[in-house]
Design a protein around this ligand. Sequence first.
Ligand code: ATP
Ligand code: MG
Length: 276
Amino acid sequence: MGYAWTVTQKERLSELGAEVADEDFASAAERDKAFFQQEKELKKAGRQRLEAYRQEIRRPGLCQLREKLASALVAKGFVEVATPTIISRQMLAKMTIDDEHELFSQVFWLDKNKCLRPMLAPNLYYVSKDLLRLWKEPMRIFEIGSCFRKESQGSTHLNEFTMLNLVEWGVPMEERTAHLAEFAKLVMETAGLPDYELEQEDSVVYGDTMDVTYHGIEVASSAMGPHPLDGAWGITTTWAGIGFGLERLLMLREGGRNVKSYGRSITYLDGTRLNL
Ligand code: ATP
Ligand code: MG
């Protein structure tokens, strides 16, 4: 056995955007030389990306994607809502997320009764209950905003991520699946990922759901109603809804290896590490 990358070297190369393969060097000196050479090239590439960002791109992919998706949805008759990121314990309880629930331990609590929302659904339910009294069905609404979950990290999970949640209320029962497929197509094509797949899944909140995946990575989960959760909100109509993670969409579109560089960050700007 020769000399492998040190943990620090591996981390540094990967945060700079390299795909770090296990390598075997004849000596520590040779390894370190290879490391500095690679780091130098990656830093140079990073500086060039940041220069292009300053000159031409100027806005994070996350902000641009958000706007593109919002425009595409509005063009299809969806209406945007903007609700608070701080929600009450009761709102979560109405989603049956109580201390018995798998998601409960992932919730960031601010005090006894307030938390950072782990999902958009409770607020969408709340707003929809009123709007359904005022507007005729079918009614299409969506929100794009931050959600928070304590996660054991990994390359596809952030503690703070951006969810797009859309729902159509009053969709004819037999058309729910077709509409979900149509919404998935709209979002995935707008995000520049036309090569997605639809898969049957089992969700801890909604039971049976359909997921959207891209090269095996989940990018969205959908659900349909009437649903047992609806009663808590006084909702009786049919619905079809789907929630996407924007950072995952971006990472996959950009061919990145970690969502971290595409989320809200003080160490990355639009996918590029800043300590170059
Ligand atoms: P996973 O099983 O991958 O942890 P999930 O099924 O718990 O995800 P959902 O509750 O279905 O996630 O949320 C809808 C979408 O939001 C996911 O498909 C994913 O794209 C995104 N998402 C969920 N949790 C995170 C996270 N911690 N970081 C980034 N994106 C996330
Ligand atoms: Mg899911």
